[in-house]
Design a protein around this ligand. Structure first.
Ligand SMILES: Nc1ncnc2c1ncn2[C@@H]1O[C@H](COP(=O)(O)OP(=O)(O)O)[C@@H](O)[C@H]1O
Ligand SMILES: [Mg+2]
Length: 299
């Protein structure tokens, strides 16, 4: 992968329109994938093409996908419950399956599902990957998740190692311990190498390190789309600050639906490199109109 472009900003500012236009431009240089990660997709509407959860070629060298966040959430939960069942055999009595339905509505699940799809997208075979993100609030949560998850993993791994060390001590005094479940004898793991829970934590840590390194690395451009309006400026400034605290930098600001220089525009320009796309007479929709918009952007 040459580069990933992440389009963020307040709802309605033009993230989908601008990212769709930039994708057309990048497709002239290399194999490009644009993915909509906003559960309320409209990438297909913008291109005037029916899209789904599978990448589809919408133009030469350009594939587009509307990631099915609901489906991902279901798959993520089923996978997680199966893993827990395998690791904590004795939890079968709790009948975790009946919780899948309610877990779907737990806080954080949507963010994790979107993060999992980022891992898949970053591993896909494209030169350029463009992410059309949900509105700021959800996006900031997703982008900061690898960092917070790594902190959790560190604490959990330490706790697990303490448990294993204690088991080891007990075993050396009173011999191997077994638990009997459904008439089957199960030996409890004591060494760090054979413990499935520690293995899982290590695997998660690797995944989180991978996304974090891309998000904070040189190959990532975070592009903030704004309108020359105070509210989109305020929300954008807050996002810049939060992301910066987590090692992520906004590399460019697009002032979309630009009319004329006003007080807000002057403030936006002070943020850093900006690019202006004028307020067009008609909503830009369909390939021909987007190609026109793409000629206005220099990324
Ligand atoms: N430069 C522009 N001129 C005129 N209309 C625009 C422009 N950019 C976007 N729009 C329109 O604004 C609306 C919101 O754009 P969209 O790209 O869907 O925003 P977001 O993805 O940030 O929610 C759409 O109706 C779109 O056609
Ligand atoms: Mg959108």
């Amino acid at each position: 992968m040459e580069r990933v472009y992440i389009f963020i900003g307040k709802g309605g500012v033009g993230k989908t329109t601008c990212s769709a236009a930039v994708a057309l431009k990048l497709a002239q240089k290399g194999k490009t994938l644009i993915a909509s990660l906003d559960p309320a997709h409209n990438l297909g509407d913008v291109y005037g093409v029916k899209l789904s959860g599978k990448p589809k070629e919408v133009s030469s060298n350009l594939h587009a996908v509307e990631v099915d966040v609901d489906e991902l959430t279901k798959r993520y939960l089923t996978r997680t419950v199966n893993k827990i069942k395998g690791m904590y055999t004795y939890l079968k009595v709790l009948n975790l399956d009946k919780y899948i339905e309610s877990l779907k509505y737990s806080p954080g699940i949507e963010e994790y599902s979107i993060l999992e799809s980022l891992i898949d997208l970053f591993s896909a075979d494209y030169d350029y990957i463009i992410l059309d993100m949900p509105p700021t609030g959800l996006t900031v949560k997703v982008l900061t998740l690898p960092h917070t998850t790594l902190l959790w993993i560190e604490k959990l791994a330490k706790l697990r190692k303490d448990i294993l060390a204690r088991r080891m001590t007990i075993e050396s005094i009173s011999g191997k311990k077994c638990v009997v479940i459904d008439g089957k004898k199960i030996e409890l793991p004591v060494s760090e190498e054979e413990d499935p829970i520690l293995k899982e934590l290590n695997q998660k840590e690797e995944q989180m390190d991978f996304v974090k390194s891309i998000l904070t690395g040189k190959k990532c451009s975070i592009i903030l789309v704004m309108n020359p309006e105070a509210l989109s400026l305020f929300e954008g400034e807050r996002a810049i600050k939060t992301l910066r605290n987590f090692g992520m930098n906004v590399s460019k600001v697009i002032i979309n639906k630009f009319v004329e220089d006003n007080e807000v525009t002057k403030k936006i320009i002070q943020i850093g490199p900006t690019l202006k796309i004028p307020l067009l007479e008609r909503e830009p929709r369909g390939m021909d109109e987007l190609i026109k918009v793409s000629q206005m952007v220099e990324i």
